[in-house]
Design a protein around this ligand. Structure first.
Ligand code: WTA
Length: 658
């Protein structure tokens, strides 16, 4: 573990208060005191009891079939995920309950009940069928945060057609890569969506992407902004023409518990994002159970808000599948927290009387910067529980969240998980856990984790190590789409028989777990995973660039920030590109290749990159340069003067700051 993480940890451990659950929480919490013992005694029986909350067409015969590293959960069981999220609630007489209070960025709103959702999902399923979508076909979804996005996902689930939702902020190139990788023949999109008052051109990006995807047959387009769009006759279909005229009834088929539900692309340590595959029965069991027990959901009274984008796994599991399986009322918001003003979230909470808020530390730190007067000007007394996800939460942000948003009363659940884990794995449980600011605390019931050293031995308390998961769990990824070898290699080869998460962690003296950040080349920018290699790849694809190295430097608001060191072709010679304009061009190039979230905060043009004698780029050293730290030992360097040259240029202010 690097020095940086150790420093980070001592800062974390400075805050020593613990916050026991209130008496009221102890009394009312869904998770009772015996839950850990029950799950420890028989984890499979525990998960089977959680699966009983779902409605199965055919019961399973075996809870788990484990051929490491391949798992099958609820073997032989059949269910339809969409029926579990919608139909069964309507059949139970709950159709009038609101599924979503939707708030558009410009201020338009929609209220969608479970009755409405059922009608829309059936119509969309009929529409997709008419377009030719069949069970097993992949459907790419590239949408803003509008109700049709949820409807599209559920319609796919209903038909057994795995969806791959691509975050609307990704570029057309990134979209194309994903469409091709999973061989999607259908795309669902919108003309655009609103972000910071501007209509984004989603359809135009799809046109660009699909131009080089010969197998895409149909593009279904929701009208959201009304902006001009190009139209490809025969391929493009308006949602309002096609879906709205469909019958409101659709007979759903039950699929195997292991039928693919979705593929979500995420950054790993190589340039090529990985298609993480999730299936049906185990995944839904996991997200429904964690949603009910961690957020202490009382569906008949609560208003729940996961303030994330559906294009990320947090949106899949805790805006769509978990909450809907539990018949919850959720808020869904299209835009950013600062539009039209910086109190938009607090307005929304006051308006809908939100009880549970789930967001990321980077957003909390942004709110801290904007000041506590904004939340203080609103009535946030409906809130009773707060959640955090995406990166380690620093104690200052934790305490601020509790004090200024939670009125010193709301428990905070800091939830650790990943795209690969499907749902939350490490978290406090309200009503049981006495929380510590900055700690994710305890494996969820039925989950076994360890923290180990390089040799695979468990480390003692207060010693840092690698986080591994030692037993299969129902929401676990079933593989990387189309690449079983990569799945084994990435997650199961470093420590045979154990799932390697890529995170560093530590148990404190009480045995409680603290996450310490990634131990690989994956950065965490505002809670979004981005790989250094992916950005290096994008930079090198620029014709003028010879070589690039990217590091994540710590940043007070976004957690980490992207810093790139770039060597241009013919560096140092007359006419080689240089200067601020060229740096701006490179940043735009990265945005075009991947998306604006991948734009480096700084790009440093340098005649050479520091390398070891064996030719490896010294990233640790570049990170130290990027963070203006002392360099330590550089004797294995090929040419130590390179680093000094970089450092001098950096402190000269030759960097490009946004
Ligand atoms: C990080 C997001 C510390 C971690 C759900 C993980 C966290 C990566 C936490 C997964 C947390 C997520 N504390 N770190 N509570 N939650 N992470 O796939 O490094 O986008 O490996 O899934 O985010 O990011 P992903």
């Amino acid at each position: 573990m690097g020095d940086k993480r150790e420093e980070g940890l001592s800062a974390l451990l400075h805050e020593t208060r613990t916050f026991p659950p209130t008496d009221e929480m102890v009394k009312r919490a869904n998770a009772g005191p015996g839950i850990y013992d029950e799950a420890n005694a028989d984890p499979l029986a525990f998960w089977a009891s959680q699966a009983e909350y779902l409605t199965w067409d055919t019961p399973w015969t075996e809870t788990l079939e484990w051929n490491p590293p391949f798992a099958k959960w609820f073997v032989g069981g059949k269910l339809n995920v969409a029926v579990n999220c919608v139909d069964r609630h309507v059949e139970a007489g709950l159709g009038a309950r609101v599924a979503f209070h939707w708030e558009g960025e410009p201020g338009d709103t929609r209220t969608i009940t479970y009755d409405d959702l059922l009608k829309s999902v059936c119509q969309a399923a009929n529409g997709l069928t008419e377009l030719g979508v069949r069970a097993g076909d992949k459907v790419a979804i590239y949408m803003p945060m509008i109700p049709e996005t949820v409807v599209a996902m559920l319609a796919c689930a209903r038909l057994g057609a795995p969806h791959t939702v691509v975050f609307g902020g990704f570029s057309s190139d990134a979209l194309r890569g994903r469409i091709l990788d999973c061989d999607a023949h259908f795309v669902i999109t919108a003309d655009g969506g609103y972000r910071r008052g501007v209509a984004s051109p989603l359809k135009a990006a799809v046109d660009e992407a699909v131009a080089e995807c010969p197998d895409v047959e149909k593009v279904l387009v929701v009208q959201r902004t009304g902006q001009e769009v190009d139209w490809s006759e025969g391929r493009d279909v308006w949602w309002h023409d096609m879906v709205s005229r469909q019958p409101e009834h659709h007979e759903a088929e039950a699929f195997d518990a292991e039928h693919p539900l979705y593929i979500m692309y995420t950054s790993g340590t190589t340039a090529q994002p990985k298609g993480i595959l999730h299936t049906s029965g185990g995944y839904l069991t996991h997200v429904a159970a964690t949603h009910r027990l961690i957020f202490d959901i009382k569906p008949e009274e609560d208003v729940f808000w996961t303030a994330a984008d559906i294009g990320w796994v947090t949106g899949h599991s805790y805006i769509v599948y978990g909450p809907l399986a539990n018949c919850t009322t959720s808020v869904m918001y299209e835009g950013t927290p600062d539009t039209p003003a910086r109190d938009r979230w607090w307005q929304i909470i006051e308006k809908y009387k939100v009880n549970i808020l789930y967001t990321a530390p980077t957003t909390i730190r942004t709110f801290m910067k904007w000041g506590e007067d904004l939340p203080a000007a609103h009535d946030l007394s409906s809130l009773r529980l707060l959640g955090s996800v995406g990166e380690p939460i620093n104690p200052e942000a934790w305490i601020w969240y509790r004090t200024h948003i939670g009125r010193e009363q709301c428990p905070i659940v800091d939830t650790w998980w990943q795209t690969e884990t499907g749902g939350i794995l490490i978290t406090p449980l309200p009503g049981i856990t006495a929380t510590k600011p900055g700690a994710a605390m305890t494996p969820f019931p039925g989950i076994s984790v360890d923290i180990i050293d390089n040799e695979g031995n468990s480390v003692g308390n207060d010693e840092g190590g690698y986080l591994v998961i030692t037993q299969p769990w129902p929401g676990m990824l079933r593989g990387i789409w189309g690449d079983d070898e990569r799945y084994k290699e990435t997650y199961w080869s470093r420590f045979p028989g154990k799932y390697f998460a890529g995170d560093g962690a530590k148990r404190d003296q009480d045995g409680d777990i603290w996450l310490l950040g990634r131990v690989d080349d994956v950065m965490n920018i505002s809670g979004h995973r981005i790989s250094t290699t992916e950005i290096e790849h994008a930079l090198v694809s620029h014709p003028a660039v010879a070589e690039a190295a990217v590091v994540g430097a710590s940043d007070a608001t976004t957690g980490q920030a992207i810093v790139a060191f770039v060597t241009v072709k013919g560096a140092g010679t007359e006419g080689a590109p240089d200067g601020e304009e060229f740096v701006a061009e490179l940043r735009d190039h990265v945005a075009h290749e991947i998306g604006p979230i991948a734009k480096p905060r700084q790009i440093m043009l340098t005649p050479e990159l520091p390398k070891t004698r064996s030719g490896k780029i010294m990233r640790r050293l570049l990170r130290d340069v990027a963070e203006h730290r002392d360099l330590g030992d550089v004797t294995t360097l090929l040419d130590p003067s390179v680093v000094n040259a970089i450092k001098v240029r950096m402190s000269d202010g030759a960097e490009d700051k946004e």
